[in-house]
Design a protein around this ligand. Sequence first.
Ligand SMILES: Cc1cc2nc3c(=O)[nH]c(=O)nc-3n(C[C@H](O)[C@H](O)[C@H](O)COP(=O)(O)OP(=O)(O)OC[C@H]3O[C@@H](n4cnc5c(N)ncnc54)[C@H](O)[C@@H]3O)c2cc1C
Length: 410
Amino acid sequence: MPRWFGHVKMGTGKRQDDPGAISSAVEHCFHTAGVSGSIPLSPTKPLQPNLGRTHRKPAQVAHEDDRKMSRSSNPTLRPDAPLDRHNTFRVPARAAWLAEIENPDQIPEILDHPPIRSLPRLVLGAGSNVLFTRDFPGLVLIPRNRGIQVLTTGSGTVLVRAEAGVGWHDLVTWTLDRNLCGLENLALIPGSVGAAPVQNIGAYGRELSHVLESVEVFDCEGGEKRHLDREACELGYRQSRFQKEPDRWIITAIGLRLSLEPSLRIDYPGVREELAALHADPPTARAVAEAIIRLRRRKLPDPDEIGNAGSFFKNPVLTRERFESLRDRFPGLPVFESPSGRKVSAAWLIEQAGWKGFREGDAGVSARHALVLVNHGTATGAQVWSLAQRIQESVRSKFGLDLEVEPQIL
Ligand SMILES: Cc1cc2nc3c(=O)[nH]c(=O)nc-3n(C[C@H](O)[C@H](O)[C@H](O)COP(=O)(O)OP(=O)(O)OC[C@H]3O[C@@H](n4cnc5c(N)ncnc54)[C@H](O)[C@@H]3O)c2cc1C
């Protein structure tokens, strides 16, 4: 039975250098979502979506509504909502309905609301792994619950519970501030905690699956809250059960088993060199995170500066025979060992096929990293998707390999 230890404010930067102090420090923070133009959910007054209509409320009215919203704990629904700010590709799209929820207990009421009951649903976090190619004709639901808590400590480990609306990197920082190890290689991955299990986020030799203990969900099929243990999540390389049954699960929180003793993974290319440049000897979890942040900032385009969703394609995983026959033809082909087989670099394949830095209109391939498709300004999702399909076709014809897409195409 997990013990609950009390609450302190999140984001204060307060350090607890004594790991033993963790047991008395539980953090919880509720964020008040600023939802402009939204309306309290009222079962007696059905609302109609107005997808395609262009008129909007004046900004001042929206601010009034913001204040009303932030005082209200009722779930709210917003019809015909723009999604531009809710996807890091920054492509235009609208949702027939948008709900931002601060409390998962609000989910049944929202899902049962007559105008949207039979419509398609999409759970969204920060929109850093989706590409909208059209308007979404149903409900977009964004969890905004933002608590982080230590549940138990013992045997050199700490069980941390983080709610779906917490920013992933905020959680990484929170754990490092408390000398907890396990998330350092996953520093600076954009997005929310709730989305992390969906593709079993991973970077620099570590995946969420290494530390994930359990996932709290709302099961839309059974209409109930449930706990899934790690095995039930069926996590693999950038995959999970949640991708296979997207309409069924709304992830509301996750539990992570983190370590008080550092067990660092620093053998990924570039990490040791960066640690040496930081004079981190011996390295700490915080130093590893810092090294990875520096590497990522150098390599990846910042979505705040240029729209993108990180790696657009997964690295193909090949059998030994397949890899060797390909390497005979292309001796420079980079490879990483992985539990599932030999992972070859999709970035290298795309670069060899001549796409790095390519641009057509405002849709393009990053000049910094061939795996990252970008929106230079006014590209639509359909234009980015059309470019992605041309890249897939060209890699298929040059190497005989199918590139699997990483973000969800909507
Ligand atoms: C610059 C950049 C770098 C990146 N680097 C990495 C990297 O190194 N490693 C990596 O793994 N990923 C990386 N990504 C991809 C992305 O950050 C992750 O996939 C992240 O977990 C997505 O979080 P999100 O909140 O933005 O999810 P969204 O994009 O909002 O959603 C992604 C998917 O998860 C589903 N989903 C979201 N929240 C929930 C929920 N609460 N319950 C159920 N389903 C949900 C959505 O329906 C969708 O299918 C990168 C992206 C960018 C832009």
